[in-house]
Ligand binder design. Structure first.
Ligand code: PRP
Ligand code: ZN
Length: 298
């Protein structure tokens, strides 16, 4: 393996796979990937992508097999606690919070069962694939319950009589619904994060990590941003500027042949809704145009 190429681990198949690949493409990475291949070669960056089970991503960075990883906070925090329980410090750093992979680790009880706060859990059996996060949750609430650690299919544990309730990831809620379970408490709010090794990297690799981080920031800013153009009476400038959502110093351009009207161009850092356009029109704006922003570099 080429020592000067960055290795980035992402989830092989699951909720993070598609948005992770999408983020990398938006950062300009072109990869060639054979079907079912574990590793994809970055054609235009010294960066290769490894497709692995999400649970393995922190370990791969921990053990210096990969320099970077895109992983859910749920998996990361569970691993951190597991390492701590064995007296090992975590050897990965969280370097970016990402705007995808939102889900939560929650407690869920069978539909008919009652729940009146954490005390209800006393003496109960709780099935989960996140024993360390669950143990911490229980310990902080001074509740003692039996943690039934499973490697999957947690949602059927109550029906099989293996547990009274579960602690599992919930995203859309459809898995819970299909299994007649009711979400009662959030243990951890999660989203995807980018992690890196705390080790010093050779200068070339380090430079590419920095470039990737900058591009990720740009991609995430752009997702919400819009470019807005409109015409307005000079007299309404103050009011119109106040209506532009999240914009700094718009460009004001004189309009040939109409001395009392100007064109305004601005980048809005928030989505521009119909309501905003309607208010702008009421304030005297015309020729309104909203465009998506493709790239941004501060
Ligand atoms: C989680 C969880 C549920 C499902 C919930 O598994 O175990 O099966 O997602 O999602 P929903 O609320 O949208 O139905 P995940 O896909 O993360 O698999 P993994 O834990 O094996 O990685
Ligand atoms: Zn997993």
């Amino acid at each position: 393996m080429d020592e000067l190429r960055l290795k980035l681990a992402i989830q092989k198949s699951g909720r993070l796979t598609e948005p992770s690949l999408d983020l990398l493409m938006r950062c300009g990475l072109k990869i060639s990937r054979g079907k079912d291949q574990l590793m994809a070669y970055g054609e235009n960056m010294p960066l290769d992508v490894l497709f692995v089970r999400d649970d393995d991503i922190p370990d791969l960075v921990q053990e210096d097999v990969c320099d970077l990883g895109l992983v859910g906070l749920n998996v990361l925090e569970e691993k951190r606690l597991e390492l701590a329980s064995r007296g090992h410090p975590a050897r990965f750093q969280q370097v970016r919070t990402l705007d995808f992979g939102r889900c939560r680790l929650s407690l869920a009880v069978p539909e008919g069962a009652s729940f009146e706060g954490p005390r209800t859990l006393q003496g109960k059996r709780i099935a989960t694939t996140y024993p360390y996060l669950l143990e911490k949750y229980l310990r902080e609430r001074d509740v003692s319950a039996e943690i039934v650690t499973l490697s999957g299919a947690v949602e059927i544990a109550p029906r099989l009589g293996r547990a009274d309730l579960i602690c599992d990831l919930v995203s859309t809620g459809s898995t819970l619904q299909a299994n007649h379970l009711r979400e009662v408490e959030t243990v951890l709010e999660s989203h995807a994060v980018l992690i890196r090794t705390p080790l010093d990297l050779p200068p070339l690799k380090d430079e590419w990590v920095e470039r990737l981080l900058m591009r990720i920031d740009g991609v995430q800013q752009v997702r919400e941003s819009k470019y807005i153009m409109l015409h307005a009476p000079r007299s309404a400038l103050t009011e119109i500027r106040k209506l532009l959502p999240g914009s700094e110093s718009p460009t004001i351009i004189p309009l040939e042949g109409s001395p009392d009207r100007v064109a305004i161009h601005a980048v809005c850092r928030e989505n521009v809704f119909w309501e905003t356009l309607e208010s702008l029109k009421k304030a005297g704006a015309s020729a309104l145009l909203v465009l998506p922003v493709e790239k941004m570099l501060a």
